[in-house]
Write a protein that binds this ligand. Structure first.
Ligand code: PMP
Length: 429
């Protein structure tokens, strides 16, 4: 039985707790969730006529198999009884080794080495460190800047913030303080040769100071939920090769099937030098992410004055998270995940089609298990959330976007419910 009544819990929350992207404690009104199972979140109290909500967000892209899954629960329990955590410096263990091996097997060639981190942002920090250190080791320390697209999002720690969109994005506050990076315009939704030429020219112009290009392949997520053709990834690969710049793909949101291929990079048949994965890696159970790199990067770093990758916070390689990640990947690959993502794509296309005729809706787009309704105005977040909750769905609209990336186990009836909720949010938000 819970220790706190919902009222008491909320009073303590208001007094002390700072939520992600929240104003100071006391100025948000979160819903109290007591448990979660399948695709449903169970609330402490009836809220706007609902006690259970279908999670249209999969806990920010991660809970692909749904909650309280027997296979993931068993993996966690089993590992818990052996060893929940141990330092990873100087020690190794089966869950981490199996996970690294599996990640190398399922990600594009020639990614070969894996650093297991504890969050997506940290895996991007590690990716940046790898790239900068590679060039330092080769005697090219001036190659220390990053090129990225506007409209991107790569996390909330320092280097990742520097490659989020400094204008449209969430970290504008820090522009002028963060490392100064090179920005290309956000990629258009269709392939435009002029834009591709512009990318090539920008990379050529800055090549002497660029360590790497870092982008989210195919879908720019939290920076605007934009989709772009995979052809631009080929342009980046070619230009990076031509001008001696590394290429980093941030697949933290897109990885593990979300866009219809296991990794979005596959749609371009292009391999990065460094790749970050996270979010769905543990099926949303535990916090873990990974940075993969090629042998060339590792060998380059090994030749340097400081031949180690100096990154090793306490929870790197956590065995509990690694064991669940292994189970989650096994679960995904052991089923027709591609069929399920296609089914969700068709369901979302169907259920969101009507949104196009809602006044104030500028665009409706669906790719894989991602559905987006873009408004021509800033959404009233509270009103839109309330409208979705009334339909029995948890959504988290932001800026001009109402969007969903449901668990892959969401059935057709719940997909239709999500569609109704997105529509209600678009009408009222
Ligand atoms: N990169 C991308 C593309 C993301 O979507 C996110 C998370 N929204 C991150 C990096 C950061 O990951 P985390 O929240 O686990 O730090």
């Amino acid at each position: 039985m819970p220790e706190l009544t919902p009222d008491r819990l909320l009073a303590l929350d208001r007094a002390h707790v700072w939520h992600p992207y929240g104003p100071m404690p006391g100025r948000t009104e979160p819903l109290v969730v007591r448990s979660a199972s399948g695709v449903r979140l169970r609330l402490a109290e009836e809220t706007h006529g609902q006690r259970e909500l279908v999670d249209g967000m999969a806990s920010w892209w991660s809970a692909v198999h749904g909650y309280n899954h027997p296979v993931l629960n068993a993996a966690a329990r089993d590992q818990l009884e052996r060893m929940s955590h141990v330092m990873f410096g100087g020690l190794t263990h089966e869950p981490a080794v199996l996970l690294a091996t599996k990640l190398v097997e399922i990600t594009p060639e020639p990614l070969r080495h894996v650093f297991l981190a504890d969050s997506g942002s940290v895996s991007v920090e590690v990716a940046v460190k790898m790239c900068l250190q590679y060039w330092r080791s080769l005697g090219r320390p001036a190659k220390r800047r990053l090129l990225t697209w506007r409209g991107g999002y790569h996390g909330d720690t320092w280097q990742p913030m520097s490659v989020c969109d400094p204008e449209g994005g969430m970290h504008g506050l820090w522009s002028g303080v963060l490392p100064r990076q090179v920005f290309a315009g956000a990629p258009p939704a269709t392939y435009e040769e002029d834009y591709a030429d512009g990318l090539r020219a920008l990379i050529a112009r800055h090549a002497d100071e660029l360590a790497a290009v870092i982008v989210e392949p195919v879908v720019q997520g939290a920076g605007g939920m934009r989709f772009h053709p995979p052809g631009y990834l080929r342009v980046l690969r070619e230009a990076c090769d031509e001008h001696g710049v590394l290429l980093v793909f941030d697949e933290i949101a897109t990885g593990f099937g979300r866009t219809g291929t296991l990794f979005a990079a596959e749609q371009a048949a292009v391999s990065p030098d460094v790749m970050c994965v996270g979010k769905a890696l543990t099926g949303g159970y535990l916090t873990m992410a990974a940075t993969l790199c090629t042998a060339r990067i590792a060998e380059g770093i090994a030749r340097g004055e400081v031949p180690v990758l100096a990154h090793g916070p306490t929870y790197m390689g956590n065995p509990l998270a690694a064991a669940v990640a292994n189970a989650s990947i096994g679960l995904l690959l052991g089923q027709d995940w591609q069929g399920e993502v296609k089914r969700i794509e068709a369901g979302l296309r169907d259920s969101l089609a009507e949104a196009a005729s809602v006044p104030g809706v500028r665009d409706v787009r669906v790719l894989g298990a991602i559905g987006v309704v873009q408004l021509d105005h800033e959404v009233d977040m509270a009103a839109a959330t309330r409208a979705a909750v009334r339909e029995g769905v948890w959504l988290r609209p932001f800026r001009d976007l109402i969007y969903t990336m449901p668990p892959y186990v969401t059935d057709d009836e719940d997909l239709a419910r999500i569609g109704r909720a997105v529509l209600a949010a678009a009408r009222e938000g």
